[in-house]
Design a protein around this ligand. Structure first.
Ligand SMILES: NC(=O)c1ccc[n+]([C@@H]2O[C@H](COP(=O)([O-])OP(=O)(O)OC[C@H]3O[C@@H](n4cnc5c(N)ncnc54)[C@H](OP(=O)(O)O)[C@@H]3O)[C@@H](O)[C@H]2O)c1
Length: 295
């Protein structure tokens, strides 16, 4: 490919838990330059541009987007609504395609967070800019239980919540494989103005705990927190919505995503061989993933 045909992709939220696996030009907030992940991506050759989707105006963001063909947003859930400014700026700057910060479960409705993400879909369609919507199921990193010896945190607590029978299939993908799929999807004309669903495996929570026992060589039942949906709502309202969708309604499946119009990324890229949960578990119990949240 000649350099004049190179696609220039700007990744907003590159220093986050998802963005660390996707790199091209990074949009990072001025205060984030010192982050070890941003430094890591810089050392790998990524160029850095500074911007803040909350603080910057549309014209300021427009300048940041000069020469960019694709905007991939992986910003945190706290600033989802501020993506409107980023995508308005993208439209003004002549960007060909935008990908909003979705990267979640298969369904296209339900729950506060999902509704916020769907409002962004509507905004993008009204703008009349090219788009791709990508969902990836649940992270594998958040379904395998951590041993009791691991310090309690948002991340180690999530796989302990046990809702429903535990026998409902749910699609899961590890973050590194999300990066592999995304790198292909964003440059693929077949995915323009389409919804794409990626997955590495489909498992139930009971299967995840059985895998944990087999690979992690520990009985994780002691960390399990069986909760009703209402009790989960008290603990974490956002997770209540996701767990209801995944483990009660059984909507986080490849079949459901396809019924909602998604293209299956595995069919588009059969050469990408994402890890199954069992394969990933070996990696997971050797070294726990690096996932950082400030809350
Ligand atoms: N499927 C799943 O299981 C799953 C799990 C977790 C998250 N997700 C989804 O994945 C997406 C990304 O989540 P994440 O957990 O990776 O995000 P995160 O780590 O919380 O944050 C990502 C990045 O957002 C950037 N950011 C925050 N405020 C910004 C602002 N005002 N302007 C510009 N950038 C800003 C920051 O980048 P800099 O520091 O570089 O500025 C931050 O590192 C979300 O849509 C989330 O719902 C899915």
């Amino acid at each position: 490919m000649s350099s004049s045909k190179l696609t220039t992709v700007l990744v907003a939220g590159a220093g986050g838990n998802t963005g660390v696996f996707v790199n091209v030009i990074l949009l990072t907030r001025p205060g984030s330059e010192g982050k070890s992940r941003v430094q890591f991506l810089k050392e790998k050759g990524a160029k850095i541009r500074f911007g803040d989707v909350s603080k910057d105006s549309v014209p300021e963001l427009e300048k940041v987007l000069e020469g960019v063909n694709v905007v991939l947003s992986l910003v945190s859930v706290a600033v989802l609504n501020d993506q409107k400014k980023l995508f308005q700026a993208a439209k003004n700057a002549g960007v060909d395609r935008v990908i909003p910060s979705d990267f979640a479960t298969a369904s296209l409705s339900g729950g506060v967070l999902k509704e916020t993400k769907l409002a962004i879909h509507s905004f993008i369609k009204e703008l009349g800019i090219g788009y791709t919507f990508i969902n990836v199921g649940w992270w594998m990193e958040l379904i395998l239980p951590y041993p009791p010896s691991q310090p309690e945190s948002h991340v180690t607590t999530l796989p302990r919540f046990f809702v429903g029978s535990g026998d409902v299939k749910s699609a899961v993908t590890r973050r590194e494989d999300i990066g592999k799929f995304v790198a292909r999807i964003i440059a693929d004309p077949r995915t323009l103005n389409a919804y794409v669903f990626c997955h590495g495996d489909e498992v139930t929570v009971n299967e995840a705990y059985a895998t944990a026992k087999e690979v992690g060589k520990e009985d994780f039942n002691s960390v399990k927190m069986p909760l009703s949906i209402d009790q989960l709502k008290e603990q974490n309202p956002i997770m209540r919505d996701y767990y209801q969708e995944m483990y009660v309604l059984g909507q986080n499946t490849v079949e459901n995503a396809k019924q909602l119009g998604a293209i299956d990324a595995r069919e588009l890229y059969p050469d990408i061989k994402p890890k199954t949960l069992k394969e990933y578990a070996t990696e997971f119990y050797k070294e726990f993933p690096d996932i950082r949240y400030d809350f």
